[in-house]
Design a protein around this ligand. Structure first.
Ligand code: NDP
Length: 391
């Protein structure tokens, strides 16, 4: 029986609230808090169970502290934006409360997401006797756990990993992003980066691509990008020779993105506009559909997984581990599209394993640092079944 405080009433926060509400024997009391109270009310009104809601601006540790003092959670789940990670970790540290998120910190004025800032909290969390679980969505999160599962059960040595994220769905809008538009566009417009031969290699943004036939979806063009789980997996999976991350994009999406970039709408530095300073990307976010609004007409599936190569019992082995998720089925269950669903379900499972003691130790961790088996078992039970194929 535990009290959980969920921060962020967007696409992912909505799914997490629904999924926690489905497990009352662990999440006995739930509070959903966000910057806009009406978004908490909308999610609360979709549930059969009673939950508490609150307004909080998590950029301010004092506001977070006041809410924590009032609700007294055992664990805070951060499903707001990466900008809030450190302020919420500070509040958890001060209050002695466990922490979980799905995306690593990045400073608002610089698109540079890396774990350095959050890993720096390790000693303080350990000394306080509390735990932080970082990046517990699908990718990062389940992608890391697939690697840990492969290391434990399928390989003696893992040499290469390709994480492949395909959204084969159609939402019916000319241009929209499946998670927070600002964070998504910052991520995609960065230079590509992957690990090979003991060092990081850089590429021009979205310049390296190849087709792949995704089970359940079909042939799609996937593009090499930098993604945050590469940083922790390079450290935590010994002996890797190469690790890359790929994501699929349709031509229509890429054409819109190119135009928006060319006219300066994806800039994150402030510009003067009619006597005010505005950040073009923040203005663009205000015009684009919210991720939580996309689910209603979404059709098609996602397929996210890992292709791994290495050695088992002295022989070369190649294995593909993946999940297929259906947008319309997610909407039917929790009023959300599959990107929010595939992120929210792992966040709920990570919290459940922490609160029940299966994944509990003081300090700051990434998901591949724990036994993957209870997590893999829960994925099957809570809506994200996975498949292992020898290639
Ligand atoms: P949304 O934009 O739909 O939701 C974000 C929510 O956070 C909004 O309700 C927003 O409130 C709220 N919020 C923003 N700033 C604050 C603040 N200062 N205080 C309190 N609440 C705040 O985004 P998503 O739900 O799509 O994404 C949520 C997170 O999940 C992101 O960090 C994203 O990077 C991560 N993610 C991780 C994935 C993974 O697989 N690991 C995949 C997809 C997403 P308001 O509406 O008032 O602005």
């Amino acid at each position: 029986m535990s009290r959980v405080l969920i921060i962020g009433a967007g696409g992912v926060g909505g799914v997490v609230t629904h999924k926690c509400a489905q497990v009352p024997e662990v999440f006995s009391e739930i509070c959903l808090a966000s910057r806009t109270l009406s978004k908490c009310e909308r999610i609360r009104d979709q549930l059969k169970r009673r939950i508490e809601i609150a307004r909080v601006d998590a950029d301010f540790p004092d506001e977070m502290m006041a809410l924590i003092r009032c609700f007294k959670p055992d664990l805070v789940m951060n499903l707001a934006l990466p900008y809030q990670d450190l302020a919420i970790m500070d509040a958890c540290l001060a209050a002695g409360v466990h922490y979980l998120d799905t995306a690593n910190y990045e400073p608002p004025n610089e698109a540079r997401y890396c774990y350095t800032w959050q890993w720096a909290y390790r000693d303080r969390f350990r000394e306080k006797g509390i735990m932080a679980l970082l990046g517990c969505g699908f990718d990062p999160g389940v992608s890391n756990i697939f690697c840990a599962y492969a290391r434990k059960h399928l390989f003696d040595e893992i040499h290469t990993v390709d994480i492949m994220d395909c959204n084969g769905g159609e939402h019916g809008h000319p241009f929209a992003t499946n998670f927070n538009p600002e964070i998504n566009i910052r991520e995609i417009t960065q230079r590509g980066k992957y690990w090979e031969g003991g060092q990081w290699q850089e590429t021009d943004p979205l310049s390296v691509h190849q087709p792949f036939d995704f089970p359940g979806i079909g042939l799609r063009e996937m593009y090499l990008m930098y993604h945050e789980e590469l940083e922790s997996l390079v450290k935590n999976i010994q002996g890797l020779r190469r690790i890359r991350f790929w994501m699929t994009f349709g031509e229509q999406y890429l054409t819109h993105l190119r135009v928006l970039q060319n006219v300066g709408m994806t800039r994150i530095d402030p510009v003067e506009f009619e006597g005010r300073r505005i950040v073009p990307l923040k203005f663009l976010k205000a015009l684009l559909p919210e991720p939580s609004s996309l689910g209603v007409n979404y059709k098609g599936k996602t397929n996210i997984g890992c292709m791994l190569e290495g050695v088992k019992d002295g022989k070369p082995r190649k294995v593909y581990i993946y999940n297929i998720c259906d947008h319309a089925e997610c909407y039917q269950e929790v009023k959300a599209q599959a990107i929010s669903y595939t992120t929210g379900v792992p966040a709920m499972i990570g919290s459940l394993l922490m609160l029940t003691g299966a994944w509990m130790k003081p300090g700051v961790f990434n998901t591949e640092e724990f036994d993957p088996d209870p997590f893999m078992d829960r994925l099957n039970r809570h809506g994200l079944p996975w498949i292992v194929e020898d290639k």
